[in-house]
Design a protein. Structure first.
Length: 723
């Protein structure tokens, strides 16, 4: 039987059924990608050779008038007294020719941050055609007059050839070391890492929780992002950094510059925009604006995620946090709200990404970003409640009524408002999906009778949930997955969300969107012939939302009495993004096991794992209270602050524990906000971000007592013991 391997995470299928007979719905149990991401595994001597691991080096030499060098992996120390090494070089290489003539060499020991350009110059190009040291400038001459790699190397060894042995295609050189120098303590790049990274790397992205192998997507994104899109997103990012620096130099934060940066950042969030041409065109617009402002240098896109691993970690956290904050700023902006401090921090934060900072400076910037994001989220709450009123508790059916309907997913309440206004009296019903569910709680939205209920669950289930739906789907924000053939013709995107080939609805200059084509499509499809009852993940037939900040605070006296009388012993905030990883069942089990005298607050799409559970009531309150979208995290923070005030204690002294699930970049800026507020003892899962280096994790754990989740039983026992 042929073995099949997942090209994303390396999992080898070992099930009882032959791989070919698995249904099309089969997904990789490790990384969750679909069956088409598996390839037949071949075993031959080359495969076995790949299991041998060694370091990577640049061997350089110099003849009378020619400097040259090439990457070598076959190198070993033979003896240390005398210091002798052996290495082999292919006879066709120019370096081979020069070595045999000069009989002198340098060995540069490469480090893990060695960039693609180094390999493209010293591995892919021939010294017969180019001057390698004209193309690669990070090189210096050692006392023997030969170049060595001065950056991306941790040591240099210089020596003379003792003898040469013919080895067929190669020559085996034995050389005595005459001089050496250690530059730093960076780790040496290994051949297997090189294969994973530089040589075969088509892209690099590690911004979300489902990143391949928990380290980074290098061949294609688990989310479906292709290398060319990833590449354009990196170019867009470095263009935004250059624009921010130009704006900073000009001392301007004009709204057009900020809007371009906010849109660019939002575009690069996971599951937002898969349209390479659109990403490239936005990068061009940003470039034009930079040139107009007189801006100069743009850093290399490849340098975004290269360098000292702690600095890369902190810089990436900053970039991803800014991407998250951009989503919130964008939603507030479409409702006419913006804030000067938030706007200017987009410039400050993006410009900072292009500068060098110490670890302490990065940590300071991250805390500042967390504080500014609190402002940004307050602005969004003001925008939402100003436009649509304070959410009120609302029971939402999971039944789809017969007749034409449209499913709306994403977070953008303004898009939903325009669609509701355009479907008034048209006989077309509207159902929310994913993060749009909390819209049912807003008085100005729920007044439209055609806003009937909620269909489906969280984003990661869309490919199954949309396939047999007799209705079109409108994606207003993340999270769009590559649409399946079965429903491609029914997908509409708007705003920053785009997928090649899908219908996109643009706003006009006044921000108005014409949804008539979508509405006609719904009428044409006709919907279900009869009412159809759907169920939540736990079998429930309706869910309740709308326990926003105001509702909870209006009930503060009752809640405070319940805590004082012992009727409520503890609050849990079980919230955050959902995703496909099997480990996310933790959150369902955790909620199931919370004691009956505790309240579970929830928000964001992770709620779908628990929101249809019948967990009972405490007094007038259901035990599970849905506070809204991830965009409503500000409300949850304010409830915690208000409770602390009422009990005359700090937030960390409240009987309250945050048990968060993260997936994409909005969760990053929320975490930074919570840390900037000094909130401790947060439980986070299902995994620690790939972009957190060990040192960054240790710092956060030490300073904020952050807990990576373990098991529901163990974590609950620990929480309830200490509170
Ligand atoms: Fe991989 Fe996530 Fe990046 Fe997509 S967004 S390429 S899944 S890390």
């Amino acid at each position: 039987m042929k073995e099949h391997v997942c090209i994303i995470c390396g999992y080898v299928y070992d099930g009882a059924l032959p791989f070919e007979e698995l249904s099309d719905d089969y997904v990789c149990p490790i990384c969750g990608v679909q069956k088409n991401k598996f390839e037949v595994l071949t075993h031959d001597f080359k495969e076995a050779f790949l299991k041998i691991n060694y370091g990577l080096y640049v061997i350089t030499s110099k003849s009378e008038n020619k400097d040259n060098g090439c990457v070598a992996d076959a190198l070993m120390q033979l003896t240390d007294e005398p210091p002798v090494v052996a290495f082999s070089i292919n006879k066709v290489n120019m370096t081979h020719k020069i070595l045999t003539e000069s009989k002198e060499f340098n060995i540069s020991v490469l480090t893990k941050d060695a960039p693609k350009e180094l390999f493209s110059v010293f591995s892919a190009k021939s010294g017969r055609n180019i001057d390698k040291f004209e193309e690669f400038k990070d090189a210096k001459r050692s006392p023997n007059g030969i170049f060595y790699i001065s950056r991306y190397a941790n040591a240099r060894l210089s020596g003379k050839i003792i003898d040469m042995t013919d080895a067929g295609t190669h020559t085996l050189f034995r050389g005595q070391i005459t001089d050496a120098e250690v530059f730093n303590n960076e780790e040496t790049l290994t051949y297997s890492e090189y294969r994973e990274g530089a040589k075969y790397r088509q892209m690099f992205c590690f911004q979300c929780q489902q990143t391949a192998r928990g380290t980074g997507c290098t061949m294609t994104g688990v989310c479906g992002k292709k290398p060319d899109t990833a590449h354009e997103q990196d170019i867009l990012t470095v263009e935004m950094i250059a624009l921010a620096k130009a704006a900073q130099d000009k001392k301007t934060d004009d709204s057009q510059t900020v809007d371009l940066i906010v849109d660019g950042l939002f575009t690069t969030i996971t599951n937002v925009n898969f349209d390479t041409a659109k990403v490239a065109s936005l990068a061009d617009k940003i470039k034009m604006k930079r040139i107009k402002l007189g801006g100069g240098d743009v850093i290399k896109a490849d340098d975004l995620f290269y360098g000292d691993k702690n600095i890369v970690s902190l810089r990436s956290t900053m970039l991803f946090g800014l991407r998250g904050m951009a989503a919130y700023a964008h939603h507030a902006r479409v409702l006419g709200k913006r804030d000067a401090e938030v706007d200017s921090w987009f410039i400050k934060g993006m410009a900072a990404l292009g500068d060098k900072h110490t670890i302490d400076e990065w940590l300071g910037l991250l805390m500042e970003l967390g504080s500014v994001n609190l402002k940004c989220m307050a602005l969004l709450e003001e925008a939402n409640t100003g436009a649509y009123g304070n959410p009120v508790p609302t029971q939402v059916p999971l039944k789809v009524e017969k007749g034409p309907f449209i499913v709306v997913t994403g977070h953008d309440l303004h898009d939903l408002q325009m669609l509701l206004e355009q479907t008034d009296g048209k006989g077309v019903n509207i159902y929310t999906h994913g993060e749009m569910l909390p819209a049912h709680g807003y008085p100005e939205l729920k007044k439209h009778p055609q806003l009937k209920g909620n269909y489906g669950t969280a984003w990661q289930n869309q490919q199954n949930e949309f396939k047999n739906l007799p209705a079109p789907i409108l994606f207003t924000t993340n999270c769009i997955m590559p649409p399946k053939e079965s429903y491609r013709d029914r997908v509409y995107t708007t705003s920053v969300v785009e997928f090649p080939g899908m219908k996109h609805i643009e706003a006009d200059v006044k921000g108005h969107k014409d949804f008539s084509e979508l509405i006609k499509h719904a009428v044409k499809l006709g919907g279900f012939p009869e009412d159809k009852q759907f169920k939540g993940m736990n079998g429930g037939t309706n869910v309740t939302t709308g326990f926003g900040r105001q509702t909870v605070l209006d009930n503060a006296p009752v809640i405070i009495d319940a805590v004082k009388s012992g009727a409520i012993k503890h609050f849990f905030l079980v919230g955050g993004c959902d995703g496909a990883q099997p480990g996310r069942s933790y959150y369902t089990k955790f909620t199931e096991q919370t004691p009956k005298d505790t309240i579970v607050l929830t928000l964001a799409c992770g709620k779908y794992r628990i929101n249809d559970m019948d967990a009972g009531k405490i007094g007038p309150f259901p035990r599970i209270l849905d506070m809204g979208q991830c965009n409503d995290a500000y409300g949850a923070v304010q409830v915690a602050v208000a409770l602390a005030k009422a009990f005359n204690c700090g937030v960390n002294d409240l009987p309250l524990t945050l048990v968060l699930s993260w997936y994409e970049q909005k969760a990053v800026c929320i975490l930074l906000t919570l840390l900037s507020l000094g909130i401790k003892n947060i439980y986070i899962g299902p995994t620690i971000p790939a972009f957190f280096s060990d040192a960054v994790v240790n710092t956060i754990v030490e300073k904020f007592n952050l807990h990576p989740i373990t098991t529901p039983e163990q974590d609950l026992a620990e929480i309830l013991k200490t509170k």
